[in-house]
Write a protein that binds this ligand. Structure first.
Ligand code: SF4
Length: 502
């Protein structure tokens, strides 16, 4: 992150630096937080928190570019039965006071209001569960208390609804599996993933798959030993269909031999790059029970495809979709990105129309996020401004809703154009459980492969994370350690089953 200036921060009566910095990043992303000993800088935020008999109150005094404003927020102490609730509510009012001071100073209202987190729907369900609000009250609180715009509150409410329904369908023994294939045929200009494409590195695929098979054995043993039930499998990357049909056949066979998939409700394989889709590969996936694939054009404009370094045309996307449909038996997801270089609201609307004509079961609309490592950041790019990106997302909401799709999961990322959101849309009945589970942290995700992030979830949220080495070379070298770490999965589930605390 490159900062253009600094904001002095003073906290009195609390030490909620993280909450203040999250709000600073949302409101003034170019300003670096500094904590000087004494007031001095012209741009500063002073937040004081006071706990009285009935209320905890936060007051924020914000000074910027010669102007001053005050914002306040409070909560009734009776709402915080446990210490952890008090901390959470304190952080919330600290952010709210800062947010209100910024609006009083003339800051434009962000579409997500005072919300800074990456999972707005989880914020919504927390309002219901931790603050004991009804669904309708939580929805009202989003717009009235937290300043979320009504369209985003609607997205959030629908995603929360899907999360509540998914949670009701899960048992405490359920787990999802993730398998990472960090290889792509070529690298997209906006990519920051640990995906590798150089021909020399692509030659390492067989060795990578051999290491991955060992990790699959270790995770499968942990799942069997602890009596867990696999309900969803997701193979992502990278682009898993960079593998040849025989490689996919062997890998999927290995998964089916290791895990009991009889209770598995869905099996996704990302075929993100249309230039990797062949009939032989699709038939291989189908023969192993894969029932959802994701072909991701990002845009249907050839000029924009070229600008993002995709070495294929929109016509190739149409061919890939035709192949998927010809083989049959798959729900189809298609990813789009709003805010790509050279794109316009009109161009994005045309992309939407073309993708809607393919009639996919899911459409995921991302907003471009500028991440470290992407060419757009290192080499620069001419990107649509926040207003244009907002117009693209408005068009997506209206057209997808008109086309019979509804939002079912969403998340936000740091450094996203206009601080908007990514939204998964679905035709009724085609919600992807894995996406809901990972976004809402509903059940453990057991990840295999380079960069895999296993999330062990207990009631109340994630309590353990296990990370595999990021890069394929490192992953292969350290696969013994990665396999040995699976004992921690067993320990976690044993503790959970004994209902002992963490
Ligand atoms: S297909 Fe995805 S993972 Fe692969 S290079 Fe493009 S953005 Fe990165």
């Amino acid at each position: 992150m490159l900062y253009n200036s600094a904001m002095d921060i003073f906290l009195k009566g609390c030490d909620h630096k993280y909450a203040v910095e999250q709000m600073l990043l949302t409101l003034y992303p170019d300003e670096r937080p500094v904590y000087p000993e004494a007031p001095g800088g012209a741009d500063r935020v002073e937040i004081s928190l006071r706990r009285g008999g009935k209320y905890a109150s936060a007051v924020c005094r914000l000074s910027r570019e010669g102007k001053n404003a005050v914002g306040q927020a409070r909560f009734a102490l009776g709402r915080a039965e446990k210490a952890v609730d008090a901390v959470r509510l304190e952080q919330r009012i600290v952010k709210l006071a800062f947010y209100r001071a910024a609006l009083a100073l003339g800051h434009d209202k962000p579409v997500w209001g005072s919300l800074t987190g990456v999972r707005p729907a989880k914020f919504f369900t927390n309002l219901m569960e931790r603050d004991s609000l009804s669904f309708a009250q939580a929805r009202r609180a989003l717009t009235s208390e937290h300043g979320v715009d009504p369209d985003r509150a609607e997205l959030c409410a629908r995603a929360a609804e899907a999360a509540i329904s998914a949670r009701a369908s899960l048992t405490e023994k359920d787990v999802c599996l993730y398998i990472g294939i960090p290889y792509c045929p070529t690298r997209c200009a906006y990519c920051s993933f640990v995906s590798v494409d150089a021909p020399k590195i692509l030659k390492t695929i067989p060795a990578y798959l051999a290491a991955l098979e060992r990790e699959i054995d270790a995770v499968a043993a942990a799942v069997r030993e602890t009596g867990r039930r696999v309900i969803s499998v997701y193979m992502g990357g990278g682009t898993p269909t960079t593998l040849s049909a025989p490689q996919l056949d062997r890998l999927l066979g290995k998964l089916r031999a290791g895990f009991d998939l009889s209770a598995c409700r869905e099996f996704t394989v990302e075929a993100g790059r249309p230039d990797t889709v062949t009939e032989e590969k699709m038939r291989t996936l189908l023969s192993h029970g894969v029932d959802r694939v994701s072909v991701n054009p990002q845009t249907m404009s050839d000029a924009v495809l070229e600008a993002i370094g995709r070495h294929h045309t929109a016509a190739r996307v149409a061919e890939a979709v035709e192949t998927v449909r010809k083989v049959g038996g798959f729900a189809l997801n298609m990813d789009l990105i709003a805010g790509l270089p050279g794109d316009t609201p009109e161009g994005f609307a045309s992309t939407l129309d073309k993708v809607l004509a393919f009639d996919p079961e899911n459409i995921t609309v991302h907003t471009l996020a500028l991440k470290k490592g992407s060419k757009f950041l290192t080499e620069g790019a001419s990107l649509p401004d926040g207003g244009a990106v907002g117009a693209m997302l408005d068009t997506a909401r209206f057209r997808l809703a008109d086309g019979g799709y509804r939002p079912y999961y969403l998340y936000r990322q740091k450094f996203m154009s206009g601080s908007f959101e990514n939204v998964g849309w679905t035709k009724p009945g085609f919600e992807n459980l894995y996406n809901i589970c990972i976004m809402e942290e509903l059940c453990p995700i057991l990840a295999m492969g380079a960069g895999g992030s296993t999330k062990l979830v207990a009631p109340g949220g994630i309590v353990r994370r296990l990370m595999a080495p990021k890069y394929p070379k490192e992953y292969m070298e350290r696969v013994d350690d990665t396999c040995a770490s699976k004992e921690r999965i067993c320990e976690f589930f044993r503790t959970l089953d004994k209902k002992e605390g963490f």
